[in-house]
Design a protein around this ligand. Sequence first.
Ligand SMILES: [Zn+2]
Length: 309
Amino acid sequence: MQTLYITHPSCRLHEMGPSHPECPERLDAINDQLLASGVLGFMDERQAVAASRADLLRMHTPQYLDYLRAHSPLGAGAYFALDPDTLMNSHTLDAARLAAGAGLMAVDAIMRGEASTAFCSVRPPGHHARPGLAMGFCIFNNLAVAVAYALDHYALTRVAIIDFDVHHGNGTEEMFAGDDRVLMCSFFQHPFYPYCGVGQAAENMLNIPVAAYTSGASLRQVMSDVWMPRLRAFEPEFIFVSAGFDAHREDDMGQLGMVESDYAWMTQQIVGLADKTAQGRIISFLEGGYNLSALGRSVVAHIKALAKL
Ligand SMILES: [Zn+2]
């Protein structure tokens, strides 16, 4: 079965001003590298459908959804700042609903048996978004909205979340801390934005803060020694990945030492586990990754492993 590649042209229309690192060209860099490498030809490409208000309300508050709608700017060149780093233009709300909808589409397609793996090439990203607050370039928590939908609709009892972005996925942690149906494993540079995640928020949160300049080899060690034993014991029925590529050594947003072969290796571990316990079911969401060349190359390595190419 082919890996799903879910995206939407409107995800390019959200932009937060010139020189903002979370830019539309990120999606072009990914698409270009997938095309040039030949990987795109092996994928099942689909256009995302927007998440409904009911779907977003599983993870976000009605007040927040109303606030976003009320402040969505009209017309070209107008912005509304949700926080100093996170802005809305007139297309942002549509893009954010499509980004969240991509995951819902992936859950349904995989549960129907049309595919076993999916990559959602979407923006805005999601893992910092809190129930009632935009944060760190994120509007809706795309992964969390999809996890909540999968738990609700398909009566799953054990879902794993793996977050290898350079930043702590504070929004996802807040949404699932204490929910025994979910095990979240993450590493992240510390001390670093968003300056939390150290110490265990709950039994089901496995956070591994690492120092700046930690190498890819050491991060592999974290995965094999700390995450994998917990994940194997948990026996997830579905695995969701917050795939940020800003831990790449060429990405100036962070100071970790991942390279393409590390992303490939980590993805292979995830695929191996999914094949054992989850009927191969994996959905990966684009989070960070701001060096366009490194981002495109790393996503190719990630998808090659996801699709077993
Ligand atoms: Zn990040």
